[in-house]
Design a protein around this ligand. Structure first.
Ligand SMILES: *[C@@H]1O[C@H](CO)[C@@H](O)[C@H](O)[C@H]1NC(C)=O
Ligand SMILES: *[C@@H]1O[C@H](CO)[C@@H](O)[C@H](O)[C@H]1NC(C)=O
Ligand SMILES: *[C@@H]1O[C@H](CO)[C@@H](O)[C@H](O)[C@H]1NC(C)=O
Ligand SMILES: *[C@@H]1O[C@H](CO)[C@@H](O)[C@H](O)[C@H]1NC(C)=O
Ligand SMILES: *[C@@H]1O[C@H](CO)[C@@H](O)[C@H](O)[C@H]1NC(C)=O
Ligand SMILES: *[C@@H]1O[C@H](CO)[C@@H](O)[C@H](O)[C@H]1NC(C)=O
Ligand SMILES: *[C@@H]1O[C@H](CO)[C@@H](O)[C@H](O)[C@H]1NC(C)=O
Length: 623
């Protein structure tokens, strides 16, 4: 008999005692995907035909996923035949589907080693394989349920509302042929809106889809009738409900892509539903202030002693940063945006509200904001241990960063970026990744700061050309620095530079002054190419680092800085590469900037800065 175990995975319980409740429903998030079911018992044998069939089946899926959200296939012949099926949630784009399946096909062999049957669920897709044919067969055993940690007050009423809505959606998914076994909908609940989604794998009959979902509805409500949101993962169907609109890709895009024309075309109405932000909050204090992450200018004046010099932590390209203590004693870092002229108050508020929904342990938490008159302020959690560059580029402090700490920092940064790129619904490209934008908490865990600043300043995001290049030379991908074209792969480049800096303890730019080579990136590639990569090992790591592991990290770093953005891996692949010692890495192509003309613009901005939550941004016109 097959026996299934459910996932051991870090549960990031969010400790947050600020004045906001409503908008922070997202904060009490589920444990991170992937979720899994793996068969145990006698598994398949390494290097067997079965394994080869499995590998070839899995390898074929990511490219199919970029054109199809639902697919089943098989590989090999009996008795080693393998059957596979994946499903992306219907609201995601083909690109996200591709990325999700790409992650899933790597995860499934990693977290279900040797299993003859396995299923993994990522944030927006699920992938299943088996040595037994399963198409068209309903299977509701071992459903996995995951819930939001926050509770509703009136459980009975909430449960009934949810059940009724989900049943209605189930009927629609199952029996409306044009719905393609997928349905979403929302329903008013007190002063909030419940958003719900159901989807079946598509190989089922309508009746079975309905059965699967009814089963799922009861499973989830039996276990989590008291939670404000939950999802259920079954082999044959999926459901989820939340107090925020997690699925509406198109809506989200129309909000975020066109901040200047969202008046009167319907999208601002949708936005209001998402964030329910009353205009009167612009006026500072109001009776409902406790519900909103809006902080009045008066409170900020009090917290910073009217922006006194002594509370100033540093100066960045967007304006000064202050340390503040709120009336409840909480320490915060406050960014005072100086040149936010491109956006009006409403657009600014909308952008900030979207950014405030981002919650990840490797992102600095945006706690609140203020917009009054000319003032635009962002309030962040305060991190006393300052930024990575202060540790990394100081030979005494760098000694505190042994190999395991550096590995932890690298993987944390990678997860944070992955979240911004793929899991956050907003698809944020950071555009200014660098050591000074990585802050460290008390346990030296990394937290990325300044994400979404491009949105606040330019008011849009996505792959596009830009007229103003925002970023820092040395970390900027060539296509971005030279042509102003940016994409997620530009962030992968910045991450690659950062990774190389972390493992070598050297700056990318300014490096030539010592070694007479253009940049760390170029030098690293040259040594790698000559099989002398170990020369780059930070001498301070000699005791704590295994040389093979160092070389593997170097290898991954070089893959990220390849000249052609197309060759660079996605962040989801990077995350997998970082945690698996067994993935085969391709050979890196030549990195960008081999002529080194961009080398030393970095030094001036960071070296002596002791800013906390600091900002460093160069504005340059593309050529
Ligand atoms: C998988 O199988 C190999 C040998 O076939 C064995 O060495 C390994 O321990 C197995 N792994 C697990 C997790 O069962
Ligand atoms: C499987 O194949 C790889 C590469 O051909 C080899 O290194 C490994 O030893 C093989 N494992 C077994 C258990 O045969
Ligand atoms: C996918 O499943 C359907 C039945 O639902 C089956 O007819 C079809 O052959 C399967 N596709 C492949 C490639 O096996
Ligand atoms: C939510 O309610 C459940 C069941 O009553 C309880 O076990 C759990 O501790 C509650 N959680 C919170 C965060 O209040
Ligand atoms: C069936 O689904 C389509 C597309 O989702 C929708 O436009 C239509 O209104 C639905 N029909 C019924 C009867 O619910
Ligand atoms: C981080 O900050 C805390 C509190 O200021 C301090 O005790 C700790 O030593 C710092 N950690 C490092 C590695 O500097
Ligand atoms: C960006 O600009 C370049 C050159 O000006 C052009 O070739 C390219 O098509 C543009 N890309 C986008 C996405 O607009």
């Amino acid at each position: 008999m097959v026996n299934f175990s459910s996932v051991p995975k870090t549960i990031s319980l969010f400790l947050f005692c600020f004045l906001i409740t409503l908008l922070f429903d997202l904060a009490y998030a589920d444990p991170d995907p992937p979720y899994k079911l793996c068969s145990d018992g006698r598994g398949y044998v390494e290097n067997s035909t079965f394994q080869k069939n499995l590998q070839s089946l899995l390898n074929s899926l990511p490219s199919i996923a970029s054109v199809s959200k639902l697919y089943n296939t098989s590989a090999g012949i009996e008795p080693d035949r393998i059957y596979g099926l994946y499903m992306c949630l219907n609201y995601v784009t083909n690109e996200i589907c591709h990325n999700c399946i790409n992650t899933a096909h790597l995860d499934i062999v990693r977290i279900c080693p040797n299993s003859t049957e396995a299923v993994v669920w990522e944030e927006t897709c699920q992938l299943r394989y088996s040595n037994v044919k399963f198409y068209g067969e309903l299977n509701v055993a071992d459903n996995i349920v995951s819930a939001n940690k926050k509770n509703v007050s009136d459980t009975k009423k909430f449960e009934n509302t949810v059940r009724e809505k989900l049943r209605e959606l189930a009927k629609q998914a199952a029996y409306n042929a044009s719905a393609k076994m997928y349905a979403t909908g929302d329903v008013q609940y007190e002063d909030k809106v419940i958003y719900a989604l159901v989807q079946c794998t598509g190989d089922l009959s309508g009746d079975d889809c309905d059965k699967c979902l009814r089963h799922a509805i009861e499973d989830v409500l039996r276990k989590y009738y008291f939670s404000i949101g939950a999802r259920l993962m079954s082999r044959s169907c999926y459901l989820r409900y939340e107090l925020y609109g997690f699925y509406n890709g198109a809506t989200e895009a129309s909000i975020s892509r066109s901040p200047n024309n969202n008046k009167g075309d319907g999208s601002s109405e949708i936005l209001r539903q998402h964030v329910s932000f009353p205009d009167r909050s612009f006026q500072g204090r109001n009776p409902e202030a406790e519900e909103y992450p809006y902080i009045s200018l008066a409170s900020i004046h009090a917290a910073t002693n009217k922006f006194s010099d002594s509370s100033k932590l540093g100066e960045g390209g967007f304006g000064p940063v202050y340390k503040g203590v709120l009336s409840d004693g909480k320490e915060v870092a406050i960014k005072r945006l100086s040149s936010c002229s491109e956006q009006g108050s409403v657009e600014f508020t909308n952008e900030v509200r979207l950014l405030m929904k981002l919650q990840h342990k490797n992102l600095v938490q945006l706690l609140g904001f203020c917009v009054e008159g000319e003032e635009k302020l962002l309030v962040y959690e305060y991190l006393p241990n300052s930024s990575l560059n202060l540790f990394l580029f100081d030979s005494e402090k760098r000694a505190q960063l042994d190999w395991s700490r550096r590995v932890n920092i690298i993987s944390g940064i990678a997860r944070g970026i992955l979240y911004l790129h793929e899991d956050s619904r907003l698809q944020i490209i950071h555009r200014d990744l660098k050591a000074s934008n990585v802050l460290l908490d008390d346990d030296m865990n990394p937290k990325i700061s300044d994400f979404g600043m491009a949105r606040i300043f330019a008011g849009s995001e996505g792959q596009a050309n830009t007229t103003t290049v925002v970023g820092t030379y040395g970390y900027m991908a060539p296509e971005y620095a030279m042509e102003g074209v940016y994409s997620v792969k530009s962030d992968v480049y910045g991450f690659g530079v950062l990774l190389l800096e972390i493992i070598t303890g050297r700056r990318n730019a300014g490096f030539h002054q010592i070694k007479r080579v253009p940049s760390l990136v170029t030098y690293a590639w040259k040594l790698w190419h000559d099989r002398k990569g170990l020369e780059l090992l930070d001498p301070l790591l000699l005791d704590s680092c295994d040389s093979n592991e160092f070389l593997r990290y170097l290898h991954i770093g070089l893959l990220c800085v390849q000249e052609d953005a197309y060759d660079r891996p996605t962040m989801s692949s990077v995350v997998v590469m970082l945690k698996s010692e067994t993935v085969t890495l391709s050979q890196p192509e030549k990195p960008a900037f081999t002529t080194g003309i961009f080398a030393d613009h970095y030094t001036e901005t960071d070296a002596s800065s002791n800013s906390v939550n600091g900002l460093t941004v160069s504005n340059v016109m593309p050529r």
